[in-house]
Design a protein around this ligand. Structure first.
Ligand SMILES: Cc1cc2nc3c(=O)[nH]c(=O)nc-3n(C[C@H](O)[C@H](O)[C@H](O)COP(=O)(O)O)c2cc1C
Length: 338
């Protein structure tokens, strides 16, 4: 049987499939089931910077009494006190998961600004987290704030967390940078042990009847994987940090593509939420079969075989692909040939 073990964040994983942060990983019984299904690690849902700042702030409960009870000038915040179990419940979840399973448990912090809240990473590590995933989810709406300032904040935050904990730290990133390779390299230099490509953005929708902006969360489609493969194939030649791909991983072939691009692991959330935890077992069974049919002894043997540097035509990842993509459509489309 082929060897599907891998290394991610300096830790041995028995499989290159990781359960990405989602409500599925919010309970110990689910985490145990995910281990039984064969996943290599689990990422717990994120704790938010706002939750942690709230804990340490002097804000009183009036803030949470509802929109009617405080002036319009006050920000309207969702009640985050108990979201994802809240800060105390989160530490209990880490401890419970660590006691229940042997696979690595990765805690997740979601924030953007360097600050006191990042100290919480130390408590997560003390509670037993094997690694940290730092989800930098930022929407910069202030025109005066430049990309240089924003990126410096990210790099400073990673440095701060790295100084705070000894466990490996992965950074979950957005694809929306003018120069993704540059920020990836700077985060790598700042000590990030892993880069997780990429955050999905949950843009709000418009309710045209009530004229309200409403949250909208849709699960992913496998097409979303292509953007991630593209950047993993480019970045794997340039950074020391291990790469993980999240976004559009639904099948064993998707996992194969992630590894070929140079990622150490593929992460899955939507497909598990849609099909159930047992889907992870089917994916890993199919992965074994695929490796045997294609005569690979191990996952590591094929890692990076389709990185930008390894493929015969690297322009496939550059502007050449853009032009080829557009022209391939017109030449295939019968209607356009008439
Ligand atoms: C319901 C739901 C909750 C999620 N919660 C988190 C979270 O707390 N922290 C985080 O970093 N990502 C979170 N994600 C994003 C996933 O971890 C993952 O990166 C994203 O869904 C893309 O992977 P997929 O295509 O396999 O779904 C969540 C996704 C879903 C669908």
């Amino acid at each position: 049987m082929s060897d599907i073990s891998t290394r991610y964040l300096g830790l041995a994983r028995k499989a290159p499939l990781v359960a990405s942060a989602s409500p599925l990983c919010e309970s110990v019984p689910n985490i145990r089931e995910l281990e039984d299904a064969g996943v290599g690690a689990v990422v717990l849902p994120s704790l938010f910077e706002e939750q942690l700042e709230l804990e340490s702030s002097a804000w009183d409960d009036d803030l949470w009494r509802g929109a009617e009870s405080y002036p319009e000038s006050q920000p309207l915040l969702p009640d985050l006190r108990n979201y994802n179990l809240g800060p105390d419940g989160y530490l209990d979840l880490i401890e419970g998961a660590k006691a229940a399973v042997d696979i690595p448990v990765i805690a997740s912090l979601n924030g953007v600004s360097p600050g006191g809240w990042a100290e919480y990473a130390r408590l997560m590590a003390e509670a037993g987290a094997d690694a940290m995933e730092l989800n930098i989810y930022s929407i910069v709406t202030e025109p005066a704030e430049s990309a240089v300032e924003v990126e410096k904040g990210y790099v400073d935050l990673v440095r701060q967390i790295k100084r705070t904990v000894r466990v490996p730290v992965a950074v979950k990133l957005s694809p929306f940078f003018s120069a993704p390779a540059n920020i990836a390299m700077r985060l790598d230099d700042a000590g990030a042990d892993g880069l997780v490509l990429f955050n999905r953005f949950y843009q709000p929708d418009f309710d045209v009847e009530s004229l309200e902006v409403v949250p909208r969360l849709t699960l992913s489609h496998p097409d979303e994987l292509l953007l991630r493969l593209h950047w993993a194939a480019i970045l794997s030649d340039h950074v020391e940090a291990d790469l993980a791909i999240t976004g559009g991983v639904h099948s064993a072939i998707d996992v194969v593509k992630c590894i070929l691009a140079g990622a150490s692991v593929a992460m899955m959330a939507s497909a598990l939420l849609q099909k159930g935890i047992h889907h992870a077992f089917s994916v890993l069974t199919d992965l074994h079969r695929w490796l045997e049919e294609h005569e690979y002894d191990s996952v590591r043997q094929m890692c990076g075989c389709m990185s930008r540097r390894s493929v015969p035509d690297p322009t496939a990842f550059e502007r050449g692909n853009y032009m080829r993509g557009l022209s391939s459509y017109t030449s295939r489309s019968g209607a356009l040939n008439h």
